[in-house]
Design a protein around this ligand. Structure first.
Ligand SMILES: C[S@@+](CC[C@H](N)C(=O)[O-])C[C@H]1O[C@@H](n2cnc3c(N)ncnc32)[C@H](O)[C@@H]1O
Length: 224
């Protein structure tokens, strides 16, 4: 009953604020055609990322976990003409599909997709000594979320917004003796985030068409 209500309310918000066009619905369909799991964010969450990008005037965005490019497309659409997203994807099949969908969205010039494990690619990005990112979206495998966040901080400046998805996991984060390594990964991450002196952070629980979950939002408040 509750899930039905949450879905209806999510659809209500989507119809008001976050209607998908054909590019976005085709991106979602392409996952089924390629037998890739439907693990994209929802359209309301895509709109939420756009709002966060506007809030920090984002020109440079880093994403960890591209899947089929659905969240990348939402964010790339909010970039100014000279804006850029680097998105990291470990799975070549997913990355190839993301590239196809991003091209179909007419956003190829704004997106650089790097295929490889984030823990290998992130040190490379640091060594390139580029300008810090304005917004970083972490949405990949859960066990190394703490390590991803540590790299994200190194690639930030005061004011950078770091958003990390799926940190509540249907409430399983309350289970202290869990053996689920994804849950353990986000439990470790949530604790670290709550104690981290370099950010002002919180977690927003999310309900809707997706299972009950949450997004961590952190704003960097000082230089490392
Ligand atoms: C939840 S999906 C991302 C969804 C995407 N952000 C969206 O909303 O459209 C997670 C993605 O992270 C990728 N991934 C898993 N482990 C990874 C790693 N170590 N480094 C980079 N990407 C990884 C998976 O292959 C998968 O495509």
């Amino acid at each position: 009953m509750e899930q039905e209500l949450f879905s209806k309310v999510d659809n209500y918000i989507r119809n008001l604020f976050a209607k998908e066009d054909k590019v976005l619905t085709d991106t979602i369909k392409s996952l089924d055609s390629e037998n890739i799991p439907q693990h994209s964010i929802s359209s309301n969450q895509g709109k939420f990322l756009q709002v966060m990008m506007m809030a920090c005037n984002a020109k440079k965005v880093l994403e960890i976990g591209a899947l089929g490019g659905y969240s990348t497309i939402w964010m790339a659409r909010s970039l100014p003409d000279n804006g850029k997203i680097i998105t990291i994807e470990a799975d070549k099949h997913h990355g190839d599909l993301a590239n196809k969908n991003i091209e179909n969205a007419g956003l190829k010039s704004k997106v650089e997709l790097r295929i490889g494990k984030a823990l290998d690619i992130l040190p490379q990005i640091i060594s390139e000594n580029k300008e810090p990112f304005d917004l970083i979206f972490i949405d990949a495998d859960k066990p190394p979320y703490t390590e991803y966040f540590t790299y994200a901080l190194k690639l930030s400046r005061p004011g950078t917004i770091i958003i990390c998805d799926n940190v509540i996991r249907s409430g399983k984060i309350l289970e202290n003796d869990t053996q689920d390594e994804k849950v353990q990964g986000v439990q470790r991450f949530n604790k670290m985030l709550s104690e981290n002196q370099y950010v002002t952070a919180t977690i927003i629980p999310t309900v809707g068409i997706k299972e009950y979950d949450g997004m961590a939002i952190a704003v960097v408040n000082r230089n490392l």
